[in-house]
Ligand binder design. Structure first.
Ligand SMILES: Nc1ncnc2c1ncn2[C@@H]1O[C@H](COP(=O)(O)OP(=O)(O)OP(=O)(O)O)[C@@H](O)[C@H]1O
Length: 263
């Protein structure tokens, strides 16, 4: 069976006046439909670079990415990206931020009334329908991130690409959004690649954790299967020995690949 999303022997080098920097080398990853994959690794190892190649925002120097057998060579609505720093348009309301994306992607397949309902539905998925008329400047960071996720989900992407989506949030908001994302993934079965620095987050949410070696020329060092049954509860998992074993595996990998200066 061929993979839904294949990252095939991806390497990338950046050229500058100081020379060539080899960021990624021979990255191979095949992801099934509906799978939730996290990518973890030390700062600067190339996680965002990898996500940007899948998003079509960067071109691999070697190898490539296939989605349902078709090569990805530019950004497209089949791959929605949510960045750490929400990218809402400040002059539009919450509703209009989502509506704009929906109009762009779904105007051929949904009527005006259907698009309206669809925006409200997606805002309710992240529990933001009550704030639909607010501007980004009037809501908290966590709420903005929710709207960013609603906007991505509303585009019905084949793949959701999350680049440290909760990185800038306080611990409680973060936990809350992780639970929402887990519930949405459980309900909709999205295919997700999420970059994170948070070991607990990666174990809680993922089907597999991809652990990257340090750059230059970073590669996949190890892939860990997270075979914890779903639905998962953070409270129940807190003293689950298998959860703690998986968590320790990731910590061991990261410790074993500590950047030279920090070791
Ligand atoms: N356009 C570019 N030109 C030159 N070097 C780049 C470019 N983009 C990224 N790099 C380098 O490639 C490496 C990987 O960067 P990347 O942002 O992908 O790392 P990361 O793992 O996402 O880091 P972090 O966890 O800190 O966000 C870094 O050494 C970075 O300096």
């Amino acid at each position: 069976m061929s993979a839904y999303l294949s990252i095939e022997n991806v390497g990338i080098s950046f050229s500058s006046d100081k020379g060539t920097f080899r960021a990624l080398d021979d990255v191979v990853l095949r992801i099934a439909k509906g799978e939730f994959v996290s990518v973890i690794g030390h700062s600067g190892c190339g996680k965002s670079t990898l996500l940007n190649i899948v998003a079509g925002l960067l071109q691999a120097t070697e190898g490539g990415v296939l989605l349902e057998g078709r090569e990805v060579d530019s950004p497209g609505p089949d791959r929605a990206v949510v960045f750490q720093n929400h990218s809402l348009l400040p002059w539009l309301t919450v509703y209009d931020n989502v509506r704009m994306a929906v109009d762009k992607v779904l105007s051929r397949t949904k009527s005006k009334a259907e698009r309206h309902d669809w925006v409200l539905h997606n805002l309710s998925l992240v529990r933001m329908d009550h704030a639909k008329d607010k501007k980004p400047g009037e809501i908290s960071g966590g709420m903005k991130q929710r709207v960013g996720i609603a906007r991505a989900l509303a585009m019905e992407p084949k793949v959701l690409l999350l680049d440290e989506p909760f990185g800038a949030l306080d611990a409680l908001t973060r936990a809350h959004l992780q639970d929402s994302l887990m519930e949405i993934h459980g309900r909709l079965g999205n295919t997700v690649i999420m970059i994170t620095h948070d070991v607990d987050e990666s174990v809680l949410l993922s089907d597999r954790i991809v652990m990257m070696t340090n750059g230059p020329a970073a590669r996949i060092g190890q892939i860990l299967d997270i075979d914890l049954p779903r639905p998962r509860s953070r409270v129940d998992l807190a003293d689950n020995p298998h959860f703690n074993h998986l968590r320790a595996e990731v910590l061991r990998f990261l410790h074993g690949h500590a950047p030279a200066k920090a070791a």
